[in-house]
Write a protein that binds this ligand. Structure first.
Ligand code: ADP
Ligand code: ZN
Ligand code: ZN
Length: 768
């Protein structure tokens, strides 16, 4: 008897050991899927991680009632060849280890559902028709046609079939004549017939209908390398610098202002990798993966390019996965976060565009991994593979690594064709509010600029980083605020649906007619969400053709593409949106961008607030004036004196970075310290409280002042669970594997305490 260690799709630590029956032994290998029993009657699709293994297993087996470890047998082997390559398995292990989440959770995140469930994937089939073998010669077929004189429609369909199959005429037909495959659909369309006629031809045993597996992937477009645009001088210089930097560094940062042509440089680098028979992984934030970029790449790389993100059906994702394992995998994969899990046989280059984007980090559920880190680790598993990070506003971590010489650094400071960066005007709204000169959230300057732009036939964008109508509703008499019964947050008012909604759990309720505390009817919203902005601007600028882009308006399929299409074709000319509008869009006619409320971003209670605000404002500003003339950004704030505002205005990334770096250093934050958040959740507030206190003091025994908390997070109750957070600040160079081991040890010990039976624990490593 031999044994194998299996990954199961369960949130449990470790691997599971199973026996391998002799009959299956020859087919079990690392990376294949197997069906295994667990518990009384369940079976799971697991993945072989180690085989063969000697007993006793170093990691958990299946423990039976008498606390004896027993090993059940693998029931079935589902794959003839591995669906994971060794590098993918190593990546899973790295993620599980580094982000402290069970490898079963990594499994769940990594594979498309169709591979996780038995029978989860069905190949698409299509019906085809072909001439029966008996009639594949001139004599029999002619005789038959003569006999069919009365059935002229059938004859017509048959002749059409022959034409579609590529037969010149009946007189030339022999068994040797090659027949092109014809789908039943095609034949019916071409002859305007119904199924009946084709059935009649089948009844005569003339045509045979058969089913055939067809791929879902549209791989008909040929590559057109000649569509690659020649680089200008500055871009060529950057391209050459990147190649030089890559020789000396596993990771290189391309810091290039918006519209400098970073994408064009990537395209050249991708082509170079293809010429060297290497594969490329190109990661973008989900939302940036719109038609704009995919069409640009498709035009050059055609069927060498695979696209992998959540808009694709699961079955398509399974087919991309399988293609990656085949003898003709895609040369380039363009994808969002989860594309990092796809198998690559000869990866040579990883490109992470918009590397500063927070959405590269998965928040919930576990594994809470950062795709940028995962992709860098992945590249390092392939000999000679390099990573290129690109952005106009590097994350603090990345820029620090570049400054330290750990990453290569290449800068591109000029926009393509020297289009000017937009002029940014700061409007002090504090003063305007005091003098009652604001119209709702709009300053006179902003309204005038938008009005003029529209009058000139140009477009404008208004940016407000809150969706819904009013972030808060309040009784003007007694101050009562409706809150979510299950979460510790106030409800957001959505006027369209006339409901109050919790953005944490989705709870909704109708707006009460009167205050439940004082019976006053004066209940009003406070603050501005995108919906209210839209409402107000409609009244002020009735001539504007307004579109709104936020989570609420882009829920349905293609809604996002439609909004973009309408705006790029001029059907709409004023776009209101949340940060969604700042991603990967390239509009020609936007001359004015309004940032309505910079303060809401700056006042956010998080150490990353300034970093986020700077990036968001810079990226949103970058939408202004891309072609033709210089754009104008109106930045409304109550704190114009803040250095970060001035840094946005001057496009002073260095100044921003230097300031913030000092602060991060003084207050023990990244890039000088690694953060690990430990979250505890429990229905009962007292239990989670004492668990938090106990965890804090136990960790202090090992880590002293590196431990902060327990604290209540900003939202301390979500979906009826109370939350406590303990923070570890770990200086660079500390032995992280040992820290993780210690942390796990402490929590394992605590969880043995009966009081903490239902306590949920999770980690967020390198939180954002
Ligand atoms: P970035 O990725 O830095 O924001 P892009 O690559 O999107 O910049 O370039 C901005 C615009 O300028 C795009 O429309 C792009 O096609 C065009 N462009 C950039 N470089 C060139 C070039 N060398 N030749 C032709 N067009 C270019
Ligand atoms: Zn009241
Ligand atoms: Zn809620």
């Amino acid at each position: 008897m031999t044994y194998a260690n299996i990954i199961l799709p369960l949130p449990l630590e470790g691997l599971f050991t199973y026996g391998v029956p002799d009959a299956l032994a020859s087919r079990v290998q690392v990376g294949v899927r197997v069906r295994v029993p667990l518990g009384k009657s369940k079976t799971y699709v697991g993945i072989v991680a180690e085989y063969p293994v000697a007993l006793p297993a170093s990691e958990s087996g299946v423990v039976d009632n008498e606390k004896k470890i027993v090993y059940k047998d693998i029931l079935e082997v589902l794959d003839a060849t591995p669906i994971l390559l060794p590098q993918q398995l190593r990546l899973w292990r790295w993620i599980s280890d580094y982000y402290m989440s069970p490898i079963g959770d990594v499994y769940k995140a990594a594979l498309p559902s169709g591979l996780k469930a038995e029978d989860g994937y069905r190949p698409r089939t299509e019906l085809y028709v072909r001439l029966a073998d008996n009639f594949r010669n001139e004599r029999s077929l002619t005789l038959m046609i003569d006999a069919m004189k009365r059935a002229s429609k059938q004859v017509e369909v048959l002749m059409t079939y022959l034409r579609l199959a590529g037969v010149d005429g009946v007189e030339h037909l022999t068994t040797e004549t090659p027949l092109r495959e014809v789908t039943r659909e095609e034949l019916m369309n071409d002859t305007h017939t119904t199924i009946g006629v084709i059935r009649a031809l089948s009844d005569r045993k003339l045509l045979v209908t058969y089913e055939k597996e067809v791929g879902r992937l549209n791989d008909n477009v040929l590559p057109h390398p000649e569509h690659i645009k020649p680089l200008n001088e500055a871009q060529t210089e950057a391209y050459n610098q990147i190649l030089i930097q890559m020789m000396g560094h596993p990771v290189t940062l391309l810091h290039g202002v918006t519209s400098s042509g970073k994408t064009e440089i990537y395209i050249h680098l991708i082509q170079k990798a293809i010429d060297e028979h290497k594969q490329v992984l190109y990661l973008l934030p989900e939302i940036a993966l719109t038609v704009q970029i995919t069409e640009r790449l498709k035009a050059v790389f055609g069927n060498r390019l695979g696209i992998y993100h959540s808009k694709y059906s699961d079955a398509e994702r399974v087919e991309i996965w399988q293609k990656q394992l085949s003898t003709q995998p895609y040369d380039v994969i363009l994808g969002a976060r989860s594309a990092v899990f796809l198998p690559f046989q000869r990866l040579g280059l990883v490109i992470i565009d918009e590397e500063h984007e927070q959405s590269f980090k998965q928040q919930d559920p576990a594994p809470r991994y950062h795709a940028r880190s995962a992709a860098i680790v992945l590249a390092q598993m392939y000999a000679g593979a390099k990573t290129l990070l690109g952005t106009a506003t590097p994350s603090m971590e990345t820029y620090y690594n570049a400054q330290q010489g750990k990453y290569g650094l290449v800068e591109l400071t000029r926009r393509y064709k020297d289009i000017h960066l937009p002029a940014i005007e700061v409007v002090d709204v504090k003063d305007l509010y005091r003098r009652k000169m604001m119209t709702g959230p709009f300053s006179p300057r902003l309204l005038a600029a938008v009005r003029e732009a529209l009058k000139r036939g140009e477009q404008a964008i208004l940016f407000q980083n809150r969706r819904g109508f009013a972030p808060m509703v309040e009784c003007r008499q007694c101050g009562w605020v409706p809150k979510c019964p299950d979460c510790d947050v106030s409800l957001t008012y959505h006027k369209n649906l006339n409901v109050l909604t919790c953005h944490y759990c989705g709870y909704t309720m109708r707006v009460p007619d009167e205050c439940p505390c004082c019976e006053s009817k004066d209940i009003r919203g406070r603050g501005y969400g995108t919906e209210k902005i839209e409402d107000e601007i409609r009244n002020i600028l009735p001539e504007a053709r307004i579109a709104r882009m936020d989570l609420d308006t882009t829920r349905t399929k293609n809604a996002y593409e439609r909004l973009i299409y309408d705006f790029s074709t001029g059907k709409s000319n004023l776009l209101i949106g949340t940060q969604m509008i700042s991603k990967g869009l390239d509009f020609d006619k936007v001359s004015v961008v309004g940032i309505l409320n910079a303060d809401s971003m700056l006042n956010y209670p998080d150490f990353r607030a300034y970093e986020q605000a700077f990036m968001m404002m810079s990226q949103v500003s970058g939408r202004a004036g891309r072609k033709g003339r210089q754009g104008l950004v109106i930045l409304q704030t109550k704190s114009p004196e803040l250095p970060v505002i001035q840094q946005v205005v001057r496009n002073d990334y260095r100044g921003f970075y230097t300031n913030l770096l000092e602060e991060r250093h003084d207050f023990h934050y990244p890039p000088f310290y690694h953060l690990v958040y430990v979250y505890l959740k429990h229905r009962d507030e007292n239990t989670v409280n004492s668990a938090g206190l106990e965890l804090g003091s136990r960790l202090r025994e090992g880590f002293g002042t590196r431990v902060l908390g327990p604290d209540k997070p900003a939202v301390a109750r979500v979906k009826t669970l109370s939350i406590r957070k303990v923070v570890l600040k770990l200086e660079n160079g500390i032995d992280l594997p040992r820290v993780r081991q210690y942390l796990r040890g402490v929590l394992d010990a605590m969880m043995k305490d009966k009081r903490y039976g239902a306590l949920q624990v999770y980690y967020d490593v390198d939180p954002l």
